[in-house]
Write a protein that binds this ligand. Structure first.
Ligand SMILES: [Fe+2]
Ligand SMILES: [Fe+2]
Length: 294
């Protein structure tokens, strides 16, 4: 047992060394970078913002697609960037553009071990469901929930990109030997994708609650800063599995934490199942949205 612990610790140190040196992410397109910078300025003006966004037609299409998705439940179809800014407001727009910038920064190549479209579908659906859950459970910041849900598995994408040989080894342990995903990660890297995601999110100065939601998305009961946010992301992640839409092989056999019942005030497991069913429509509709975004 002692020897095993030592090895995991050694592997963890090796993994952290690689993580410390991750800088070379692909550049984020100018329009995304500039609009995020502009959204941070106090003297923000919607005319110049829409000018910057409009320079990149791909970005315009993506923003309008998300704005018109059931996530925002808008009554009228949004057909221009100006109108999107007006009806969504700056902070929602910021969330949408942030998510799009993350998709750009973490663009990986699809290979036999990971289909990128499936990965982003899983991320986007978990983000979408987290946002809706935040609204349904009166969590004050549904934008943060959207981003936390969207990012929950990004450690996984990091393993695929920066630890590719290890990724394949983990894949084989899981798919050929039936080892659980987290156990395989610990065996190979000494760290789970939750820990890797949290490590980088922390290094990049993401808000602490967001880092924690990433770290505890499989065991929200351990969250200290914000149990509610971690529980929301956990339930959203579990929903993909339960509804069998946008689910992922690495989350197979995901077990719903008992603390969900308490934190989200469900009376019993049966009630959770019924509740999850009520999200099926959102999931199906968001599958169509993501086709345009990815
Ligand atoms: Fe996960
Ligand atoms: Fe997941």
């Amino acid at each position: 047992m002692m020897a095993f612990t030592m090895t995991v610790q050694k592997k963890k140190e090796k993994t952290e060394l690689v993580l410390r040196n991750i800088y070379n992410l692909p550049p984020i397109p100018d329009a995304i970078k500039q609009s995020l910078e502009m959204l941070d300025r106090p003297e923000l003006n919607s005319h110049s913002l829409s000018n910057i966004i409009s320079k990149d037609q791909g970005l315009v299409t993506k923003i309008l697609t998300i704005a018109n998705s059931p996530l925002y439940g808008l009554q009228r179809k949004v057909t221009t960037v100006e109108f999107a800014i007006l009806v969504l407001g700056y902070s929602e727009l910021r969330n949408i553009i942030s998510v799009l910038s993350i998709v750009e920064a973490f663009k990986n190549k699809t290979d036999a071990f990971l289909n990128q479209k499936e990965f982003w579908l899983h991320s986007f659906l978990t983000g979408s469901a987290s946002k809706r859950l935040a609204e349904d459970f009166d969590f004050p910041n549904s934008g943060e929930a959207f981003i936390a849900g969207f990012l929950h598995d990004f450690g996984f994408s990091i393993i695929h990109r920066f630890f590719h040989a290890d990724f394949i080894e983990i894949y084989k342990l899981v798919n050929e030997k039936g080892v659980s995903y987290n156990d395989a990660e610990l065996e190979v890297l000494g760290m789970t994708h939750q820990q890797i995601g949290n490590y980088l999110a922390d290094k990049w100065n993401f808000p602490e609650t967001l880092c924690e939601a990433i770290l505890f998305h499989h065991n929200p009961e351990e969250s200290k800063q914000n149990k509610m946010l971690a529980s929301i992301v956990h339930l959203a992640d579990y929903m993909t599995e339960k509804l069998d839409i946008g689910n992922s092989y690495w989350d197979k056999n995901l077990v719903l934490s008992d603390s969900e019942i308490g934190v989200l005030r469900f009376r019993e497991h049966e009630q959770v199942d019924k509740f999850i069913e009520s999200y099926r429509e959102l999931f199906s509709e968001q599958v169509d949205t993501v086709r345009f975004v990815n």
